[in-house]
Design a protein around this ligand. Sequence first.
Ligand code: TPP
Ligand code: SF4
Ligand code: MG
Length: 351
Amino acid sequence: MTYITKPKLHHPSLPKNSVGFTRRDYEGRVSTLCAGCGHDSISASIVQACYELAIEPHRVAKLSGIGCSSKAPTYFLGASHGFNTVHGRMPSVLTGAYLANRELIYLGVSGDGDSASIGLGQFAHVMRRGVNMVYIVMNNGVYGLTKGQFSATADKGSVAKKGAVNNDSGIDLASMAILMGATFVARSFSGDKHQLVPLIKAAISHPGAAILDVISPCVAFNNHKGSTRSYDYVREHNEAVNRLDFITGQAPITAEYAPGTTVEVRQPNGTTLRLAKIAPDYDPSDKAGALAYIQEKDREGEVATGLLYLDSDPHDLHGNIRTVQAPLNSLDEETLCPGSDVLDRINAALR
Ligand SMILES: Cc1ncc(C[n+]2csc(CCOP(=O)(O)OP(=O)(O)O)c2C)c(N)n1
Ligand code: SF4
Ligand SMILES: [Mg+2]
C-alpha cells in the first residue's frame, strides 16, 4: 500500500559496494503492484545490477510511460532522477534528456502496450538513433493496468482469461529493435534473475541503444492455461542461446570454461562481455542470423532468450550530430549565444 513507508535506517552491518552504498540504497518505495507480478522481479534485478555495478544513484535518470510497468520505477532507485511521461511517449522525452545531458545513465522503462501499441512509432525511432540508454520492456502480453486486454505483443492464437482467442499477429519487439538499428538486443524472463541481472549490467555498460525485452507475467490477467506469457509457459519454452556471465574490466573472471564454449566481445568503453554459449552455433554478431533464429524458435512455439544481437562498435546520437560534451545547463551565455556577427555569417552562408 502506498501509505506504508520503508524504514530509512539500515542495519550497520549491511555490506556496501565500492561507492559506499548498500543494496537497500538502490530500492524505491513499497510496491503497489499485485503480489507475484513479474514487474516487481524485474525491479529487484535492476536494484541488484546497479548495486553490483556500484553506480551512484544520482547518476541515473529513469523514465517511463503509462501502465503497471511504467509505475515500476517508483519501486526502485528512489534516489535517482525520475520522469513519468505520457502513454507511449517515454522515448522522445528520454531522447531530449539525453541530448541535454549525456553524463547520466538513462533507463527507459515501458510495457508492451506502451511500446508496441500506442508508442510503436516512438519505439522504432529511438532504436535507430543511437540513443545511449537501456530500454526495458516489461512484456506481459496484456494491458495490465486497464484490466487485461490483449496487447500488440500477444501471440496469435493465445487465449485470454475469459476465453477469447487473439486473432492478430503478435509484434516481436526484439526482432523489431534489431531491424530498427538497436546495437544491444536481449530477451529474458522476470523469473530468471541469473540471466537477467548480468544482461542488465551488460546493457548499462553498452555505449549505444540497448533493449531488454523481458517476459513478465501478469498474475491478475494473463497467467492461465492458453496464455503464452504465463510463468508455466515461459519456463517450459525458454530457449536460452547464451549466458552472459561476466563483464571484465569491472568484475574479475572467476570461472573457467572449456575452450570453444565461450565468446568474448570487447566494447569501445573497455568492458568485455563474456558469453557462455548454450546454442553452440548461435552468433550474436550476425544480424540476419539472429532474426532468422528468433523466427525459427517462434515457429516452434519457443521463446529465444539471452543476448540475441550485439554490435560491438555502436554509434551514438551525440557523435552523429557532433554536440558539445558538457550538459546544456552548464553552458554560459557566451557559449550559447555567440553574438550577431557569427549569426550574420551563418545566415550569409545559407543564402
Ligand atoms: C493516451 C492514453 N491512452 C490510453 C490510456 C489507457 N491506458 C493506460 S495504461 C494502458 C496500457 C498499459 O499496458 P502496458 O504498457 O502493457 O503496461 P502493463 O500495465 O501491462 O504493465 C492503457 C491503454 C492512457 N493512459 N493514455
Ligand atoms: S494487473 Fe498485472 S501487470 Fe498490473 S500489477 Fe497486477 S499482475 Fe502486474
Ligand atoms: Mg503489458
